[in-house]
Design a protein around this ligand. Structure first.
Ligand SMILES: *[C@@H]1O[C@H](CO)[C@@H](O)[C@H](O)[C@H]1NC(C)=O
Ligand SMILES: *[C@@H]1O[C@H](CO)[C@@H](O)[C@H](O)[C@H]1NC(C)=O
Ligand SMILES: *[C@@H]1O[C@H](CO)[C@@H](O)[C@H](O)[C@H]1NC(C)=O
Ligand SMILES: *[C@@H]1O[C@H](CO)[C@@H](O)[C@H](O)[C@H]1NC(C)=O
Length: 230
C-alpha cells in the first residue's frame, strides 16, 4: 500500500499548489482548519509566522486534564455586566463572531474571578461542528463538547482598544463556555442562532444584532462562573 499512498500525496500536493496560484491573493488567515493537513498539528508548519504553534508549550486548543487541576478555594466569581449591547454578527469562515459596535457607549465589563484588571467585552466567537460530538475548540479529558462560546475582552485599564492590547502583557482575556445539548433552547443563545441563516457563507455579516445576554450556569470543569449574563 505504501507506493499508493505516496502517489496520492504527490497528487494532493500539486492540487494545493495549483489552488494557491489560481486564486490570488490567498491569505494565510484563511488556510488553517481544525482537522487534517491544515489542522492544529500543522499550524506551526504552514506559516512560518506561526512557529510557536509547533514549539510552544501553552498553545490553544487546550485539553484540560481534570486530574491535573488544583482547586483554588480563594477564586471569586467572574463578573460580567448584564446590559444589552449591539453589534455585528459575521461568518469568518472559521467561526461565527459577534463583535460589539465600535462606538459603543456603555461597554460590558468583565472582572473578578482570577482577573487582576477590568476588561472590556469586545467579541464572542461561537464554535460548533457539522456533528454535535465535535463542536468545541477545547476539550476536557479528550472529550469535545457540542459547541463552545468564547468571550473576548481587552484590558481597558492598561490599553485603549482591542487591537492595541492584542500583543501586550495582560492585554486580552478569553472566557470559554463549553455548551451541552439540552431539551429547552436557550433564549439568549437563540439571539445568535436565529440569525445564522443570514450568514451562511464565509465573509457574510449581519449588522443589526442586539445580544440580550448569554446565561451561563455553574458547572463544568472549565467554567467557574456563577449565573452570569452579559
Ligand atoms: C470596527 O472597526 C474596524 C476597523 O475600523 C472594522 O474592521 C470592524 O468591522 C468594525 N467593527 C464593527 C462591529 O463594525
Ligand atoms: C465599565 O468600564 C468603563 C471604563 O472602562 C466604565 O466607564 C463603566 O462605567 C463600566 N461599566 C459599568 C456598568 O460598570
Ligand atoms: C487603538 O489604540 C491605538 C493606540 O492608542 C491607536 O493608535 C489606534 O488608532 C486605535 N485603534 C482603533 C481601531 O481605534
Ligand atoms: C434593527 O432591528 C430592529 C428590530 O429588530 C428595528 O426596529 C431597527 O429599526 C433595526 N435597525 C436598523 C439600523 O436597521
Amino acid at each position: 500500500m505504501a507506493p499508493f499512498s505516496s502517489v496520492f500525496l504527490g497528487v494532493w500536493g500539486v492540487f494545493v499548489v495549483i489552488l494557491i496560484k489560481e486564486s490570488t491573493p490567498v491569505s494565510w488567515e484563511e488556510w488553517w482548519t481544525y482537522d487534517g493537513i491544515s489542522g492544529p498539528a500543522f499550524w506551526g508548519l504552514i506559516n512560518p509566522e506561526w512557529w510557536l504553534c509547533n514549539k510552544g508549550r501553552r498553545q490553544s486548543p487546550v485539553n484540560l486534564e481534570p486530574t491535573q487541576l488544583l482547586f483554588d478555594p480563594n477564586l471569586q466569581p467572574l463578573h460580567l455586566d448584564k446590559h444589552r449591547i449591539n453589534g455585528v454578527l459575521a461568518n469568518t469562515g472559521h467561526s461565527v463572531v459577534f463583535a460589539v459596535e465600535n462606538d459603543t457607549r456603555h461597554p460590558v465589563n468583565i472582572s473578578g474571578g482570577p482577573l487582576s484588571y477590568r476588561y472590556q467585552f469586545h467579541e464572542i466567537h461561537l464554535h460548533f461542528g457539522a456533528d454535535d460530538r465535535i463542536g468545541s475548540e477545547h476539550t476536557v479529558d479528550g472529550h469535545a463538547f457540542p459547541a463552545e462560546l468564547q468571550i473576548f475582552g481587552f484590558n481597558s485599564q492598561l490599553y485603549n482598544n482591542f487591537s492595541d492590547a492584542l500583543h501586550k502583557a495582560q492585554g486580552i482575556v478569553a472566557v470559554s463556555l463549553l455548551l451541552q445539548l439540552g431539551d429547552l433552547s436557550n433564549p439568549e443563545l437563540r439571539t445568535f442562532t436565529q440569525q445564522l441563516d443570514k450568514i451562511k457563507y464565509g465573509g457574510e455579516r449581519f449588522d443589526n444584532v442586539t445580544n440580550s445576554g448569554v446565561t451561563v450556569r455553574r458547572g463544568g470543569v472549565a467554567i467557574n462562573l456563577a449565573k452570569t449574563i452579559i
